[in-house]
Design a protein around this ligand. Structure first.
Ligand code: CTP
Length: 242
């Protein structure tokens, strides 16, 4: 497989993918002022959105509560706060997307909030407070269940290094997506990144050796572009479920 796809697929007049990217954390409310969140910055998703726009691709970024914004004004940005917000946004936008890149760090659990309390604020008491949590839906799996066969679904997996490939692979199979970008956990607070892209068919994986985070978006989008173009052109082994 070639390293870069531009010579093959960026011919004038080529159809360009409409890309939907999700990025950033979710904030799941505990009460009117508190939430459960995570440390995702949204930087990776914003960088990918900028890179897509610079390639002339129609780009929508669904962005969680993050201070990072894309720099390219051609990126259409829509904000979300909770996993539920993102679920609704995905349902609205997936019909118009050719590629979904799901980089958002979606909460796996959210507080079960008493509706009579919502809008109010917990008061300090001397007893222990037990917070009840319920699982959030798996948004990628939900999208995959209703996908069109010409759509490309890309997920992310941040995993401990010793189980990186196995865990990312089983995630890709469980969610029924086409590609997964596996990153070791150490990537989170680092300026550099190592990434391995795994494919649901038997295409050999591709690895981005440790390099600055700024360099990963073009590398990854070359792989996405090539895979989408193959899928669009109807390579039978790439069709969902094949
Ligand atoms: N994801 C999702 N919906 C969720 C949780 C995660 O769509 N409720 C997506 C993420 O955006 C990411 C991929 O699934 O692209 C993997 O996320 P991750 O949190 O690593 O996987 P989980 O399904 O949460 O599995 P686990 O908790 O076992 O790691």
């Amino acid at each position: 497989m070639p390293n870069s796809t531009h010579s093959v697929y960026n011919r004038p007049g080529d159809v360009r993918p409409r890309v939907l990217i999700t990025a950033g954390p979710t904030h799941e409310p505990i009460d009117a002022v508190r939430f459960i969140g995570n440390r995702s910055s949204g930087r990776m998703g914003a960088a990918m959105a900028d890179e897509c726009a610079q390639r002339g691709w129609e780009t929508t970024l669904l962005l969680g509560p993050s201070t990072v914004l894309p720099g390219d004004r051609r990126v259409r940005v829509e904000r979300f706060r909770t996993a539920s917000d993102l679920q609704l946004a995905l349902r609205r936008h997936m019909g118009d997307a050719d590629v979904l890149i799901m980089a958002a760090a979606v909460a796996d659990y959210r507080p079960v909030v008493d509706p009579s309390f919502f809008g109010g604020k917990f008061r300090r008491k001397s007893e222990k407070l037990v917070l009840e949590l319920e699982p959030t839906p798996d948004l990628l799996a939900e999208v995959a269940a209703t996908r069109r066969t010409d759509q490309l679904l890309v997920g992310f997996a941040l995993e401990p290094r010793d189980e990186l490939i196995d865990a990312a692979c089983s995630k890709m199979q469980r969610k029924k997506i086409d590609m997964v970008v596996a990153n070791p956990l150490e990537t989170m607070d680092s300026d550099s990144i190592e990434a391995t892209v795994l494919y649901a068919d038997n295409t050999p994986s591709r690895t981005f050796e440790k390099r600055p985070k700024t360099e990963v978006a073009p590398w990854l989008l070359d792989l996405v572009e090539l895979r989408w173009a193959m899928q669009r052109d109807g390579a039978p082994s790439l069709r969902a479920g094949a």
